[in-house]
Design a protein around this ligand. Sequence first.
Ligand code: NI
Length: 135
Amino acid sequence: MPVLKIHHIGYLVKKIEKAQKTFEALGYCTEQDIIYDDIRKVNICFLVKDDYRVELVSPAAEDSVVSGLIKKYKNSPYHICYETDDFPAAYDELTSNGFIAIDTPTPAPALNNCEVVFLSNAAIGMIELINRSRS
Ligand code: NI
């Protein structure tokens, strides 16, 4: 398996501005202010504290990619995101080891349009993989 480096913890929130302010009150610093992802119809904000980065994700439309999830989980962490310099190898290794892709690699506006893909695993739930391959 190529090295997977943790990039962020994805956190579902209903009201992103309130959530951002609340994390700031806990000592997190906003790393990237709220950005609209028009592919997934969500608002996204990155905050950092200590060596951790949290990604706030909030539905911006009825048919956003997280509209179903937020009904189930409410305000809650829901994925860990990993970045890899060898995306094709990591993707192959994961999908051969019980991870099922739940979408296709798609640019993420909140991550300088790097490609990301979400995968699901029966034992640990959802992860996200960022393509940092230099090609
Ligand atoms: Ni994420």
